[in-house]
Design a protein around this ligand. Structure first.
Ligand code: SAM
Length: 270
């Protein structure tokens, strides 16, 4: 199957063409509930998509599923949890339930509840993840160098002690906060022609955490192409499925624009 390709089709059709155990990492945000109609398309046949994802993932592969819930008449749908439990039922391991925190903007949800400002990022794995590169950018309040000492034992002998050091930065928490909207989510303006992008930085952080250069990253709901773009910039291969031809066009334009700016930078550096 052709790598580094954006396919204008239903992800179920793309996955039919994939061999079993083909994909290293999926980072995706499916359409959820009836939040947006995407010009007439909505998430159908979730269960078949989950089963197909299990088949195409390599052993140790990871699926990052970014999702929230719609509130209908004061009642949250709970789709996120139902889907997470279904992934577990069909064999995936729920490796981590992470939070994508965003500053509240505009009128979101119900004004009788606290302001809705997060989505879930469920991290599923087929077996235990084969690649884990935790990002260590949380400033450590107790940074200190390791040192050694001694302690006298009751028999008079000296026991050598080693005190562990802590670096200036420790691993992050599993709550990741991103500024969103114009000038924050994407490095270009084209992306915003899509109504529901997630931030480039979010896609990159998962790609760096759960894959290696040369791995294959798949996004079954590619939208404006964020995952393909960040995979390419981080030397991973990608495949993206997007059912809507207009969004495919946006994704291709974004990749094209990014390649042109990389070429210009290289020319400046030469
Ligand atoms: C939440 S958006 C993804 C946005 C993306 N993460 C980004 O940053 O641009 C979900 C996308 O899935 C697409 N979609 C819906 N059902 C699909 C299907 N069965 N196969 C492929 N794409 C589908 C929609 O057209 C929509 O663009």
């Amino acid at each position: 199957m052709k790598l580094n390709d954006i396919r204008n089709e239903n992800c179920l059709d793309t996955m039919k063409l994939m061999d079993a155990a083909f994909v290293d990492l999926v980072v995706t945000s499916p359409p959820y509930d009836k939040m947006r109609e995407y010009e007439g398309y909505s998430l159908e046949r979730f269960e078949q998509i989950a089963v197909d994802l299990y088949r195409v993932m390599k052993n140790g592969g990871v699926v990052v599923w970014v999702i929230g819930d719609q509130t209908i008449k004061g009642n949250e749908t709970g789709t996120s949890f139902r889907q997470a439990l279904y992934f577990k039922e069909i064999g995936f391991n729920l490796f981590d339930t992470m939070i994508y925190l965003k500053p509240p903007r505009g009128a979101v949800g119900n004004n009788k509840t606290y302001w809705q400002s997060f989505e879930y990022m469920f991290v599923f794995s087929k077996g235990q993840p084969k690649t884990i590169n935790l990002i260590k950018d949380r400033k450590n309040k107790e940074a200190r160098k390791g040192d050694t000492g001694t302690k006298r034992l009751p028999d008079g002998s000296l026991l050598k002690l080693k005190r562990e050091g802590y670096g200036n930065y420790g691993r992050r928490t599993n709550v990741w906060e991103y500024m969103i909207g114009n000038g924050h989510s994407a490095s270009d303006k084209i992306a915003h022609k899509h109504p529901a992008i997630f931030p480039e930085q979010l896609a990159q952080d998962h790609i760096l955490s759960w894959s290696k250069p040369g791995d294959l990253v798949y996004d079954p709901f590619l939208g404006s192409g964020t995952v393909a773009l960040m995979a390419e910039l981080n030397e991973r291969n990608y495949i993206g499925s997007e059912i809507n031809a207009n969004y495919c066009k946006i994704a291709k334009e974004r990749l094209q624009r990014s390649r042109e700016s990389t070429r210009q930078l290289q020319l400046l550096e030469a």
